[in-house]
Design a protein around this ligand. Structure first.
Ligand code: TYD
Length: 393
């Protein structure tokens, strides 16, 4: 059942080099499986078009860097024997693996985006460039032996052919190994109206029930789940091969499914009310921006995340509404936001220009950014927070 339609949109991370660059838009809509609660995009854009050059560098956020350092330490201590192999799929700029450098273990990243993989190499993280599949899994196993741990953070949702990845995991993971994934939780997306996390790179919106159904087909099972606050509410899922003598899964697994049921992930009524609330949020946000512009206020956008592209395009904002965006990622600066063609500038531009308001597109880094911009706020600057509800702080 299709329940949310965000219209035709260009790929959210395809930042433009110049304002007049041609771009292609594709349908952006969500449909759901009533049985396992898996929510998916109705239209798939080819991965080659989305991931070869990537503008997302995880290490730009200090909060995420800390998050991954604690995460890596926990995994290494619990699951990796001396000289064990840790492989990360979608390792980006090495944000997680770099904190394991110097530990008595081996690390390997795999990432399809050449530019971020190069940064990882510079960070001292050996990285293969490619989409993880059976072929890569076989060659890594041959050269380095089985992996004690395979990690996939914020990447499972990006994969169209999950069967290939799961077969690769089956090949590379040690019999007693652990596969750990971290992914946004569909229950949080619904509860917090995070409609802007819907973009062409995110093909699937997972919960524990839908992930369990997937793993089950490949002889794996979830044995633990930890909820995380990152990316608007995520789950860290611990997976092992299904065997007779394993201790029972943690109580948290059943608890996460109860949360999904309570949030109504599996029912059409809740999904329709989510879509209705999203439409209402747009009315409110557009109304607020129009009102402020009517009073002659100057408004910028803070952050140029993929989710910002979705929100700006869904609301149909132009440079008349939001003059420019600021983002700390050097490769994003000087580019233009897809679809709406709003220019992206460095954060210093905000301090020089002193707009009255900044629409916080990177709302998932709210605390970090509010603190970072305390001087601008003390000088009178105000943030408009769009999600989970429109507010001014
Ligand atoms: P992110 O949260 O990863 O969102 P998405 O997955 O939707 O792309 O992106 C956050 C963006 O915000 C990223 O481009 C970096 C930017 N940013 C800043 O400009 N300043 C900051 O202090 C932080 C934390 C992020």
């Amino acid at each position: 059942m299709t329940f949310l339609n965000l219209g035709e949109q260009p790929p959210a991370n395809a930042l433009l080099k110049d304002e007049a660059q041609e771009e292609t838009s594709y349908p952006l809509a969500l449909c759901s499986c009533p049985t396992c609660g898996l929510i998916q995009l109705s239209h798939v854009v080819r991965a080659e078009l989305l991931f070869k050059e990537y503008f997302y560098f995880s290490s730009v956020s200090k909060g995420m860097e800390e998050h991954f350092a604690v995460y890596a330490d926990d995994i290494a201590r619990r699951f990796v024997p001396e000289n064990g192999l840790v492989v990360e799929i979608g390792s980006n700029d090495g944000v997680l693996l770099k904190s394991l450098i110097g530990c008595p273990l081996r690390i390997l990243g795999v990432d399809p985006a050449k530019n971020v993989a190069e940064t990882a190499q510079k960070n001292g993280v050996p990285t293969l460039t490619g989409f993880f599949d059976e072929v890569i899994a076989l060659s890594v196993r041959k050269e380095m032996g089985p992996a004690s741990v395979i990690i996939a953070n914020n990447v499972f949702a990006h994969v169209d052919d999950l069967d290939t990845v799961m077969r690769g995991i089956g090949i590379l993971l040690d019999d007693n190994g652990v596969f750990v994934i971290e992914t946004p939780h569909v229950a949080s997306m619904l509860a917090n109206l995070e409609f802007d996390t819907v973009y062409h790179e995110h093909l699937s919106y997972f919960g524990i029930k839908s992930l369990s159904a997937l793993f089950d087909r490949f002889g794996f099972e979830i044995f633990d789940v930890k909820r995380q606050s990152v990316h608007g509410g995520s789950i860290r899922v611990f997976v092992r091969q299904r065997r007779d003598k394993c201790p029972p899964p943690s109580e948290m697994v059943a608890e996460a499914i109860r949360i999904e049921e309570h949030e109504g992930v599996f029912g059409p009524n809740r999904l329709e009310s989510f879509a209705h609330d999203v439409a209402m949020l747009r009315v409110k946000l557009k109304g607020l921006i129009a009102e402020l512009k009517g009073k002659g206020k100057k408004i910028a956008g803070y952050g140029a995340p993929a989710k910002g592209t979705v929100l700006l395009n869904y609301c149909g904002f132009t440079t008349d509404d939001i003059g420019y965006l600021v983002d700390a990622t050097p490769v994003k600066q000087g580019r233009f936001c897809p679809g709406v063609h709003i220019p992206i500038r460095p954060p210093e531009f905000l301090h020089a220009d002193m707009p009255d308001y900044a629409l916080l597109l990177a709302w998932n880094h709210r605390e970090e950014i509010l603190e970072k911009e305390s001087r601008w706020r003390h000088a009178g600057g105000k943030f408009i927070i769009p999600i989970p509800r429109v507010e001014i702080v």
